[in-house]
Ligand binder design. Structure first.
Ligand code: ATP
Ligand code: MG
Length: 449
């Protein structure tokens, strides 16, 4: 992408309405524009990051055996009357009437609708296990939308739903998704800690929230420090295998949210020097809830013995639009965002310090073309303006590697590379630059098996 032709509305001033750093930086870096309470336009740079996150989520969901579909945002109230949640859900649900005075709602979640899809088509135990997911906008009329896309009213969610014949295989499905989540957050550069959690309005009896630690987190969490250093299950995990041992290993160390923590149990389980009590951001939440929806909604299958059984279900959410903000909370400094490579809007930026100078233009154009040729997602700052503004922009939007091209270096045939996260700089011959940057980027994409 050539910056001179891109749409990147950067702000000089920190907007006053933004209370936390990720919200400030998303506005300043031209990633989002507010449209109303808890409602945002995703500008091109923000959308690019959001799409990188959903891509990682899709890859890991698919790898775990889940299958993608897409359900509508508007749902019929009648479906929710079947489960009993139409009245129970309360004011967070946006209720709408169409021209025929029929009651609709903008989906805050999709347990009812997916159960309806399931019961329409699946009749036999032979079609199980099944896990279906979609990535779709949700609406919740939050009491206090705040912190930008961290807690908005309209937000993106990946929600998966598992269907199994009995509790044992449903818990296996839960373990599979648990491991898929560990991998998903790892690939985004994050340390997300699974914690025992309350099941809330979704209901059920087994639930974990995936939490990233940040001072601006909305809830207090408690865990054993060693969880933070646990190696994630290998990327070549075979999802057909029994993943219970991995689940048990991860959950053997104490970790709970404030709703679930038992102070005495926490103190007994964790030695004083290993106790972490910190603020956290919930980025994912998984539930096993048995037949809570299948029973009232008639989602049953014929078992091997010819008997009808209600299926056992679980649901599994991740919030990509909240994650964009959460990643910025984890990766920023006084100059702006410092993205991990795997989720960066661009992997490298070529900064031409002297647009109009024939030598600089030729070298920068060449580098940009070579990056694209090597499959690097590159930005080219070809704007005719001062170096200071270009450096500030590259730092603010957080591109992991900056390749700086100017007449001074070119006299000796060199360019400079700046690593955004560490601040480290290298001077290299122009021939070496693309290969060097590529060798830094590829392992940090965290996508190889
Ligand atoms: P919270 O306790 O933060 O309100 P929740 O328990 O209501 O979250 P779930 O129903 O489990 O959330 O939704 C799954 C995921 O969707 C959450 O883990 C979070 O990442 C995301 N999410 C939920 N509410 C919002 C929101 N208002 N804005 C952005 N993302 C959200
Ligand atoms: Mg909520």
């Amino acid at each position: 992408m050539r910056l001179s032709r891109y749409f990147l509305p950067l702000l000089k001033e920190t907007p006053k309405e933004a209370e936390i750093i990720s919200h400030q930086l998303m506005l300043r870096a031209g990633m989002i524009k507010q449209q109303g309470a808890g409602s945002y336009t995703w500008l091109p740079l923000g959308l690019k990051v959001l799409n990188k996150l959903t891509r990682i989520i899709e890859e890991e969901q698919n790898r775990s055996g889940a299958i993608q579909l897409l359900m509508p945002t508007l749902q019929s109230a009648d479906l929710w009357r079947e489960s009993g949640r139409y009245d129970a859900y309360g004011k967070e649900m946006l209720r709408i009437k169409d021209r025929h005075e029929r009651d609709l709602l903008y989906g805050p979640t999709n347990e009812e609708m997916i159960t309806d899809v399931f019961r329409t088509y699946v009749k036999s135990y032979k079609d199980l296990p099944l896990n279906l997911y979609h990535i779709q906008w949700k609406f919740r009329d939050e009491v206090r939308p705040r912190f930008g896309t961290m807690r908005s009213r309209e937000f993106l969610m990946k929600d998966a739903y598992s269907f199994d014949l009995d509790e044992k295989s449903a818990v296996d499905a839960y373990h599979r998704m648990f491991v898929a989540y560990l991998r998903t957050f790892y690939r985004m550069g994050l340390t997300a800690i699974p914690m025992r959690a309350d099941t809330g309005p979704i209901g059920g009896n087994l639930s974990h929230e995936f939490i990233i630690l940040a001072e601006t987190g909305e809830s207090q969490v408690f865990c054993h420090r060693d969880i933070l250093d646990k190696p994630i299950p290998p990327l070549e995990t075979d999802f057909r295998a029994d993943l219970t041992p991995i689940f048990e290993d991860w959950t053997s160390l104490y970790a709970a949210t404030e709703d679930m923590v038992d102070a005495a149990a926490y103190e007994a389980a964790v030695p004083e020097d290993k106790r972490v009590s910190a603020r956290g951001i919930e980025v994912g939440h998984i539930f096993y809830f048995g037949t809570k929806y299948s029973k009232p909604m008639g989602a049953s299958v014929t078992g091997a013995d010819g008997k009808e059984t209600d299926v056992h279900m679980g649901s599994y959410g991740i919030g990509p639009s909240r994650l964009v903000a959460g990643i910025i909370e984890a990766f920023h400094d006084e100059n702006g965002i410092a993205w991990p490579v795997s989720v960066a809007p661009f992997e490298a930026v070529v900064i031409n310090l002297k647009v109009g100078d024939a030598g600089s233009d030729a070298a920068a154009e060449r580098l940009y073309a070579d990056f694209l040729g090597e499959g690097i997602d590159a930005l080219y700052d070809d704007r005719d303006q001062g170096a200071g503004g270009k450096f500030a922009a590259a730092d603010l939007i957080g591109v992991p590697y900056q390749v700086i091209v100017g007449p001074r270096g070119l006299k000796d045939g060199t360019v400079e590379i700046k690593h955004r996260q560490s601040g480290e700089r290298e001077t290299l011959s122009i021939e070496e630059a693309v290969g060097r940057v590529k060798s830094l980027i590829v392992p940090n994409r965290r996508d190889s098996l």
